[in-house]
Design a protein around this ligand. Structure first.
Ligand code: KDG
Length: 323
């Protein structure tokens, strides 16, 4: 019986080997990606049992994903191979300056066809599990995927599980106007909501310069018990329904190798610490440490720390060499 259940689209990321414009990129590294799968692997590396539900195509990339998740110790009993569609792909350039472009090739992919039947088929996984993690990416993929996420939240609530939502707004998948009401509905059935300032602004319809603490309080106002706003190099700020506000500084990162996946790493660390009975301060610190670790390596999952790595980071975040 797994402690954590998550669901979504796990896809292949082709990440440019060198920094610079996509136009000039000639070689790409193949990585396994997908926000919920990143969280699943992050939790598994920290020693938590986790089940991942979704669909991949009956192709080589689908097999890559299955092998990767199995190899990381993530349960894949509810990850179906769909022979009617391909595994989704995203292509990422890397930039030393300015935002990096992401191209998605996932319309009609196997993962985007996630549907109610996948969640209902996975219902036994919810019995005895403690936590469900969902993101705002999956509801953007298709109407059936959105219904699946909402159904998963219903199953989790019925089973007395804690539900976390990472807003993860993806402008290339849907508009602010379409995303905002979905974010609000999902936040209302979540216990913990994660997001960055931009995503919270979209969910709450507030001005872009709204301070992080106010955004966290706003998300709590939607119904969550705790909301965490990640503020990049500044760390994160959390607000709770009881009026507590916690600020947690980021760990120093000497070189940001790849920013993608840091938010998922934060969520994994936060969830792991909370499952271990730690206080909000420790959950935030653990989340920040995992986020920093993810920033330091290429690919969404590469830098996710195991327990020993996390302990080293938390003990001596600014040492540059251990001799
Ligand atoms: O959070 C990282 C994700 O953005 C990445 O793995 C791919 O799920 C993904 C997406 O849709 O952007």
């Amino acid at each position: 019986m797994a402690e954590v259940v998550t669901l979504g689209e796990c896809l292949i990321a082709l990440v440019a080997s060198a920094t610079g414009p996509l136009t000039e990129a000639t070689t790409f590294e193949r990585h396994v990606a997908g926000a919920e799968a990143n969280v699943a692997v992050g939790l598994a590396r920290l020693g938590h049992s986790v089940e991942y539900a979704g669909r991949v195509g009956a192709d080589g990339f689908g097999t890559t994903i299955l092998r990767k998740l199995r190899g990381e110790g993530v349960g894949v009993s509810a990850l179906r191979v769909d022979p009617t569609a391909s595994t989704g792909i995203m292509v990422r350039e890397r930039r030393a300056l300015g935002p990096a472009q992401v191209l998605y090739y996932r319309a009609g992919s196997a993962g985007s066809m996630l549907a109610l039947e996948d969640v209902d088929g996975a219902a036994p996984l919810f019995e005895g599990a403690r936590w469900l993690h969902v993101t705002g990416i999956t509801p953007a993929l298709s109407a059936s995927a959105r219904a699946a996420v909402e159904r998963a939240a219903e199953h989790a609530r019925a089973a007395g599980m804690t539900v976390s939502l990472d807003l993860n707004f993806r402008r290339r998948l849907w508009s602010e106007a379409d995303a905002a009401p979905v974010f609000r509905t999902l936040a209302a059935s979540a216990d913990v909501v994660f997001g960055d300032a931009d995503e919270a602004v979209v969910a709450l319809g507030l001005p872009a310069d709204t301070p992080a603490e106010k955004l966290a309080r706003g998300l709590v106002g939607l119904g969550a018990a705790t909301a965490v706003i990640k503020t990049g190099a500044d760390g994160a700020v959390a607000a709770t329904r009881d009026g507590i506000v916690v600020r947690s500084p980021a760990l120093p990162v000497r070189q940001v190798v790849d920013p993608v996946g840091a938010g998922d790493a934060f969520a994994a660390g936060f969830i792991a610490a909370t499952l271990e009975g730690q206080h909000l301060e420790t959950a935030m610190r653990t989340g920040n440490a995992c986020g920093a670790a993810a920033l330091s390596a290429l690919g969404d999952m590469t830098g996710l720390p195991d327990r020993a790595e996390l302990d080293r980071l938390l003990a001596a975040p600014s040492l540059d060499t251990l001799r």
